[in-house]
Design a protein around this ligand. Structure first.
Ligand code: AMP
Length: 429
């Protein structure tokens, strides 16, 4: 059943204990956000919860704070330290989010005198240090599924006494990419536990799966277009002029920081090179970079040392960047839900945000699908000097047609060449 969100003035009124709410006050969390007001009492009561709320609306504290309180209350003094039991397991889709969520737990627990052990585990870095941290178990383990399974296989952890499971970015965790890993994790968990699912989006495809994970859940759907502080703009442009338009926008607006999304790792690299030729220094963030470099780049962006970052969708989910003024979709995400997650890197915690989507003819149809699924209808704009042709250019029309299979091998495809002397995806023809 969908619950209405009560309006509550303070964390203390929600039943949060002094060491936790004093810490929240230090962090300038003066009153609970709507998702926190709604879910904190439910989590404290031990209920299963499904919570949908806008990006940047405080979902991490909505589960982390009441879970810390519960774990503290249920702590056994004579706990068996010989086996590495995990009490609360939080699963997240990316390494950076694992670190960020674990850091949030640690921050909220700052006045608990180290009574709870909080550990992050994710791939791309040595497993040894993580195994070391997990000796004697953990009260909270925030992990990506792949590394969690490695730790399980090497007996570095035991999951059969988990009392709470959280899927953060739950729809992503339940999507096809994680099916096998998640099934293995779930098998290692006891049937009797509290399960919490949090995300900004719950597409229809995952609805059935959420139902199979939850027992008599309380559901909160607090997503609201009105509450969003993100202004969305869509600019149409001919594809060959996209990079020039992007550079023009960055130079004209002089935003303090810009996060640009592209769909492929190569496009990120090419785009960074092309922007550099236009006098704009940009870093890239994608799955081909070593974890050390990924961490350095994201930290640099979070602390403002890097002003232009070009990323794939690994940066779309959950990453919290303070006061990021603008997100630009240079290319569209495949999934309509990811459009909302991408633009939600801006406009967090009630700050103003701007999301620009650059649309060329080949994107029109897919963007229509994204709008429909997200119940949006955005006006198309043009920028003087970069106006899109009213009609689809011949080359694009040609690409859109089903291509006849060439005789012979059946493997070759006819190549549609862009017009001469036109910049096309990083190559001059
Ligand atoms: P989240 O959606 O959990 O990533 O949180 C988004 C941002 O809001 C983070 O920077 C949090 O530190 C901040 N935040 C969360 N809850 C509150 C609150 N009650 N008051 C003020 N800021 C908050």
């Amino acid at each position: 059943m969908t619950q209405a969100s009560p309006s509550v003035a303070s964390f203390a009124q929600l039943g949060i204990i002094a060491p936790l709410y004093n810490r929240l006050t230090e962090l300038a969390y003066h009153c609970p956000t709507p998702v926190q007001a709604a879910t904190i009492p439910a989590v404290l009561a031990g209920r299963d919860v499904l919570a949908g709320a806008n990006t940047g609306s405080g979902k991490t504290a909505a589960f982390a704070v009441p879970l810390l309180q519960q774990l503290l209350g249920a702590k056994e003094t004579s706990q068996d330290k010989s086996a590495a039991f995990v009490r609360c397991l939080v699963l997240v889709p990316t390494r950076e989010l694992a670190q960020q969520v674990a850091d949030s737990f640690l921050s909220y627990a700052a006045h608990l005198n180290g009574q709870l052990k909080i550990v992050a585990a994710f791939g791309g870095v040595s497993v040894n240090a993580q195994m070391q941290s997990l000796r004697g178990g953990a009260d909270v383990l925030v992990a990506t599924p792949g590394r969690l399974l490695d730790l399980l296989a090497s007996n570095a952890i035991k999951l059969n006494r988990v009392t709470q499971l959280v899927l953060d970015e739950a729809d992503r965790m339940l999507s096809l990419g994680f099916t096998e890993e998640l099934a293995q994790v779930l098998q290692a968990l006891p049937a009797n536990k509290q399960t919490l699912l949090f995300s900004a989006t719950f597409p229809d495809e995952v609805r059935e799966l959420t139902a199979s994970l939850l027992t008599d859940p309380l559901e909160y759907h607090l997503q609201s277009e009105q509450e969003s502080t993100i202004v969305q703009r869509v600019i149409t442009v001919n594809r060959p002029l996209k990079t020039a338009l992007l550079a023009h926008l960055i130079k004209t607006h002089q935003w303090s920081q810009v996060l640009i999304f592209a769909s492929a790792k190569n496009t990120c690299n090419h785009l960074a090179q092309k922007l550099s030729k236009r006098g704009i220094s940009a870093e890239v963030f994608h799955g081909d970079k070593a974890q050390g470099a990924r961490t350095r780049v994201l930290d640099g962006f979070k602390n403002g040392e890097i002003s232009v970052l070009i990323a794939t969708d690994i940066a779309a989910r959950g990453i919290d960047i303070d006061k990021l003024p603008v997100v630009i979709n240079f290319e569209l995400p495949r999934s309509p839900a990811d459009y909302l997650h991408r633009i939600g890197r801006s406009g967090r915690a009630g700050e103003a945000g701007l999301a620009l989507t650059l649309l060329s003819h080949e994107d029109y149809h897919h963007f229509g699908v994204i709008e429909k699924k997200n119940k949006l209808k955005l006006e198309r704009e043009q920028i003087a000097g970069f106006e899109a042709d009213p009609d689809m250019p011949a080359a694009v029309q040609e690409q859109a047609k089903p291509q006849p299979k060439p005789a012979g091998t059946g493997k070759k495809h006819r190549k549609v060449l862009p017009p001469a002397n036109v910049e096309f995806w990083g190559k001059k023809s």
